[in-house]
Ligand binder design. Structure first.
Ligand code: ADP
Ligand code: TRP
Length: 326
């Protein structure tokens, strides 16, 4: 029997950070390694055009994501790794979904509202219909689940709504995929720990997976903590939660010290620097090697694009009939 499918995408908008890793990327690798799923992971380059960007930088950003995928252990023999814009079926299905999606639903989307507030000079229609393209990305592959961070739940809910609407209007075709969350669905910013860690806040707010230990050390030195232990401070919770993901025993000892008020935050930061350095040393090496061999990355994507296109075109074919375009 065919394995249940999962699909997820990441925008090529720069370096990937610990939030991306603990909220999504780590989960991708675990799901792949479980052997239980037919895994599809892609680079959402069309989505990334909705933000302010430099066209000359885009290919480097695409390379950054595929090199990160591969260096973290996504394996083209086990997962289909592809580029969204290589498969026109995504935009074609998105158009049909546009005709099913009420404006009001999109107006409610918090990511749209956040981004529109952040880029006031560029509130483009693509930003508004972004979740509709995301629904097409997902439903073309008729997956059972979508591994994402907490901030994407609303988009997966909308995807289910669009699937239901389509099925009701045109006849049963799409499943209603679930979001698959990790144990740490939300990593917080180092400098403003009440906000999610996001590259849009600025480089000092995030720890990139490629950051060398001296950079991690400097960033953590500035990370917000508390003046004393036992105060349930969000910055402290964030640092200990991060450590917990890589070394549960060490985190446990610090949690105890935090409760006893004997904790020294400089010790937490030093431990976290070492732990992250070790956790990503092999990754940094392989990532650098892949960036120096872009052809290797391109070859992986080309093979993945072919596999993805087959699945996507088969779905779009049925849709074309069902909606009466043929
Ligand atoms: P950013 O906010 O830095 O631009 P993206 O929106 O490109 O990151 O996110 C890519 C993936 O990483 C999504 O699945 C998202 O849910 C996840 N993600 C991003 N930031 C975080 C975070 N701080 N905590 C948990 N998951 C995150
Ligand atoms: N919107 C997602 C993000 O900001 C990226 C994305 C685009 C995506 N299409 C998708 C995620 C389909 C999962 C499935 O991170």
């Amino acid at each position: 029997m065919a394995k249940p499918r999962i699909i997820s995408g990441i925008q090529p908008t720069g370096k990937l950070h610990l939030g991306n890793y603990l909220g999504a990327l780590k989960h991708y690798v675990e799901l792949q390694e479980s052997g239980k799923y037919d895994c599809f992971f892609f680079i959402a380059d069309l989505h990334s055009l909705t933000e302010n960007y430099d066209p000359k930088q885009k290919q480097a950003d695409v390379l950054e994501v595929i090199a990160t995928f591969l260096a973290l252990g996504l394996d083209p023999k086990k997962s289909t790794l592809f580029l969204q814009s290589a498969i026109p079926a995504h935009t074609q299905l998105a158009w049909i979904f546009n005709t099913l999606t009420p404006m009001g639903e999109l107006e409610r989307m918090t990511q749209y509202k956040d981004k529109a507030a952040r880029q006031k000079q560029n509130v483009n229609v693509g930003l508004f219909t972004y979740p509709v393209l995301q629904a097409a990305d997902i439903l073309l592959y008729k997956p059972f689940g979508v591994p994402v961070g907490q901030d994407q739940i609303q988009h997966v809910e909308l995807t289910r709504m669009i699937a239901r609407k389509f099925n009701t209007k045109y006849g049963e075709l799409f499943p209603e995929p679930k979001e698959l969350l990790t144990p740490v669905p939300k990593v917080m910013s180092l400098l403003e720990p009440e906000k999610k860690m996001s590259k849009s806040l600025g480089d000092q707010h995030v720890i990139n997976l490629t950051d060398e230990p001296d950079v991690i050390k400097k960033k953590l030195a500035r990370a917000i903590t508390a003046t004393e232990g036992g105060s349930e401070n969000p910055g402290v919770t964030n640092l200990l939660t991060l450590l917990e993901q890589f070394d549960a025993d060490k985190a446990k000892a610090f949690w105890k010290q935090e409760a006893d008020r004997t904790i020294r935050y400089s010790d937490v930061k030093a431990e976290l620097t070492d732990t992250l350095d070790h956790a990503f040393a092999a990754f940094r090496k392989e990532h650098a090697r892949l960036l120096a061999h872009p052809k290797e990355c391109v070859t992986v994507l080309e093979a993945g694009n072919k596999k993805a296109e087959k699945v996507a075109c088969a779905t779009l074919d049925v849709v074309t009939d069902k909606v009466g375009l043929r």
